[in-house]
Design a protein around this ligand. Sequence first.
Ligand SMILES: [Zn+2]
Length: 569
Amino acid sequence: MYRSFSLILLQFLMLYSIGQDAVSFHPPLKIPMYLSGNFGEIRSDHFHSGIDIKTQGSTGHHVFSVEMGYVSRIKVQANGYGKSIYIAHPNGYTSVYGHLDRYRDDIADYVNRIQYKKQSHTVDIYLNKETFPLEKGEFIAYSGNTGGSSGPHLHFEVRTTANQHPTNVLNYNFDIKDNISPRFLSLFLYPMDPKSHINGKGEDFSCKLVKDNGIYTIPYGTELNGSGSLGIGVEVFDYLDGAPNRCGIYALEMYVDNKLAYSHIMEEFSFSETRYINAHIYYEERIRSSRKVHRLHRLPNDRLRIYMPQAGNKALLINEFRTYPVRIVAKDVAGNSSVLEFNLKGIELIIPNPIPVIDDITPMKYQQSNSFEAGPVKVDIPPNALYNDLEFTFQSLPPASGSLTSFYKIASSQVPIHLPYSLSIKSPSIDPALHSKLLLVSRNRENEIESAGGSYSDGTVAARLRKFGEFAVALDTVAPRIISLDRSRSDYTGKKEMRFTISDELSGIDTYEGYIDNHWALFEYDPKNDLLFYNFDEKRILKDSIHKIELYVSDSKGNVSLYQNTFTW
Ligand SMILES: [Zn+2]
């Protein structure tokens, strides 16, 4: 008894001390903090795990450690966070700084040494307490635009060190002003089964919302009646002071008949669950119109921790002839909130127009493993890969330019899938020497062919995929292109860097290896700009002399290009 009490007391004191320390972070930048993105906002296949701090359209701003601690991890990657630093703090948090332009000199030297030792641009280094201990507010790096960043900014995260869960940065004491309430843009209603309907139709309904006397509502004259099981969705964003950017809301609640029917709150999540965002949003709407619509009911296989169990989080069931008052409240962390109110009239259940029967439907239960086979195509879906039961459809379509086989429509690109499934398509008979160059391709909305990966084995081309859509077999025998961007390719005297454009048609750039005077040299790849560059490094090559460069770039199907030259520097 005494033991468990003291344990609880200890846990309480630990939580208390974490909470106390948390309110005294140093700002990560010296410039005023305006955000282009916030915690939990809807991104593609994930929730945003930090905040994006605007850096006045430029790179090179000093970045500071928000608390004392030590550099615990340094990751350099072509995509994602680009150059990033993780700092572990004694208060139980880890802060993360992404898209950095460069590290401060001693950290940069350390990273460079490891890159040269491993002969790799991309590295993921875990460090102990002794290597780079830091004071609170100590300078660590320069802000930048590296990795998957679409403009200069600092991506900043606060994680709980023990489980690496990102937490809502706006809950801490950073000076980020928000006096603006969330704004509702549109309302969506979806019949959840063939017997349900909205305004007499078994189809989705959506309308723009208006603000009347401080409350959002449906436009004057719009009537909403329905019956059966209806899914409700809203397009709603938060805005912060000093920036026009659409940010994510913190909490969303729905009341029907003045009772809480749905509630979620963005405090924390794990990276292993962030992909469940595709269950949280109306995924089909995202694919169809790029709109980000919060679904106000939880799908059976949506395992996000953000939902409040005291709300039912179920689709609305309309089974009485009466008015159902609906009230939806959106909140931000600063305490601003907005309200959307409308009435839904329950009317008699009518049988909607008969839905055309598609005979190729295969019912699939989401908890089970599901397989489908038709002619040259085989699909294997593991248990719990789907968010809901699916009426699986399959269609054979004509080949397109660039494909070796017909296109096969597997379910629909508007159906989300959580776990990878396997798709195999029988290979056409070709020269066995080309088998290693076979891959699956998909077709996007513009009808362009894109690599879906995969490889040949035993007469089929198979890949593990996380998207449904239209797929075919194709061949990639074309090596990447390497084009020098420098005016003089033989004389780099006085120059700081050497720059190339590299690109690949189908399977995509896989490796890039540069050698100067037969020694591996650090070439950095920036995929968003198709850019490959080398910074001349006095410590590693001799100044004012003639050098030889060899640059190998390969795609994912092993097609290699070589650029060779001699130059003075
Ligand atoms: Zn970010």
